[in-house]
Design a protein around this ligand. Structure first.
Ligand SMILES: Cc1ncc(COP(=O)(O)O)c(C=O)c1O
Length: 415
């Protein structure tokens, strides 16, 4: 067997070689081509006959795709067919890209090399300055790890973490499935509408005291929150940090919506619990660049062991975030004024939309905690239950399906 890379360093690619040569080099040393053709044909027939069983881990059960992404694909198809759909079921920023970012991407379209896994230094320096300006955080660029999306980094962090996962509930659709994928036990910490969907220190203590948790705990909190749109105050974050410190809980603070906070005054738990907070964020939301796939984690020096393990896992999984995107993002972060203008205008629009939706829904008796940031709200349609029941609609899923069928509105139901 010879594992030979056919993509030559001088740029001549696989497509320049005859296909039998390609197969031959990988499969056989001393065979002539006719043997090879016979073998590959019979191997193909063999494969067609075989049945594959139990290939998916049994603990994944009916493991399904992220419901938000699946639904978004469905809606895109409907739109492609020319149907009109009012799409409120997917967290995608609607604005055009910043001009300087688009320009940067054009300039760097021909950057094709693999880059340092952690991310290029110019980008990490830009990120550090950005958070110093907006969050008053002092970040050593060496403690930043860049990736193709923060979702990937959350997954890697969970993959290497030795302990239990705590998830605030309700939660973004991805945290729980990722904890299952990475073989972790996870524990939900409930919040409720009466307390504005914010988790309390008491609720955290309760979960810690009532469960035989492992020594290390990673709590994922989203602020501003998906799916409720609520944000935490300084005082609340201060109290949560005290409980986390007391119970050896590391916080993964998902701040991907930080720059959408309507009043522009986002508070990071990293200010109150610097030694135990990993901040997760990126360009997807504030810069309207979800498809660019650029996210990053910011580690405190005290969690160097986690940072290094995530970096190693990154070398074995994604290698680096796309090169042209990294250079373009670095350029964008240098255009401080453009970024800040963009942030202040887009968040005014998010606020106006949230205000309008909140006013309309609550004026007909739907209950809702008023969002303060992100793109979401979490309304309770209990008032409609009798009328819906009369039509045979008994679950949130049925209600959402009826909304789409009858009035072309997509929203997402809670479980
Ligand atoms: C709460 C939350 N965290 C993380 C992400 C993913 O961000 P990224 O695009 O950086 O992977 C999303 C995207 O929908 C999200 O809503």
């Amino acid at each position: 067997m010879a594992g030979i890379s056919l993509a030559r360093v001088d740029g001549e690619g696989v497509d320049k070689l005859p296909s039998d040569l390609y197969i031959g080099l990988h499969n056989a040393q001393d065979q002539d081509t006719s043997d090879l053709e016979d073998n590959s044909l019979s191997a193909k027939m063999e494969i067609e006959k075989r049945e594959f069983c139990n290939l998916v881990r049994p603990d994944l059960g009916n493991y399904s795709a992220a419901a938000n992404l699946a639904q978004n694909e469905h809606i895109r198809q409907l739109l492609k067919e020319g149907k009109k759909v009012y799409h409120f079921g997917f967290g995608q920023a609607p604005f055009p890209l910043l001009h300087c970012a688009a320009e940067g991407l054009r300039e760097h379209a021909e950057e094709t090399a693999y880059l340092a896994t952690q991310g290029i230094a110019e980008l990490r320096k830009g990120i550090s300055r950005f958070h110093s300006r907006h969050d008053d955080l002092d970040i050593d660029p060496d403690n930043i790890v860049v990736a193709p999306g923060s979702k990937e980094l959350i997954f890697l962090l969970m993959s290497i973490f030795n302990g239990d996962i705590l998830i605030l509930s309700p939660a973004w659709t991805t945290y729980q499935p990722q904890s299952v994928l990475t073989h972790h036990r996870h524990f939900l910490i409930d919040s409720c509408a009466q307390r504005g969907w914010r988790v309390t220190p008491e609720a955290i203590e309760k979960v810690v005291n009532e469960n035989d948790l492992k020594q290390n705990r990673l709590m994922i909190m989203c602020n501003p929150d998906n799916p409720t749109g609520v944000c935490y105050t300084k005082a609340q974050l201060h109290r949560i940090s005290e409980v986390c410190r007391k119970h050896n809980i590391i916080v993964l603070s998902d701040e991907i919506y930080a720059r959408t906070k309507f009043d522009g005054k986002h508070e990071s738990i990293g200010k109150f619990y610097p030694e135990g907070t990993i901040i997760s964020t990126g360009l997807s939301k504030w810069a309207s660049a979800g498809g660019w796939r650029l996210g990053y984690h910011i580690f405190p020096p005290e969690l160097k062991s986690l940072r290094d393990a995530v970096k190693s896992a990154a070398t074995h999984s994604y290698s680096c975030a796309p090169a042209p995107i990294q250079y373009a993002a670095a350029k964008m972060f240098n255009h401080t004024e453009h970024c800040d203008d963009y942030i202040s205008h887009t968040r005014r629009i998010y606020e106006a939309v949230a205000e309008h939706t909140y006013t309309e829904l609550t004026s007909i008796g739907v209950k809702c905690v008023k969002p303060e940031g992100s793109f979401y709200m979490f309304p309770d349609f209990e008032i409609l239950r009798p009328a819906l029941n009369r039509r045979g609609i008994r679950t949130g899923a049925q209600m959402c399906a009826a909304l789409l069928d009858e009035v072309a509105v997509t929203v997402f139901h809670a479980r």
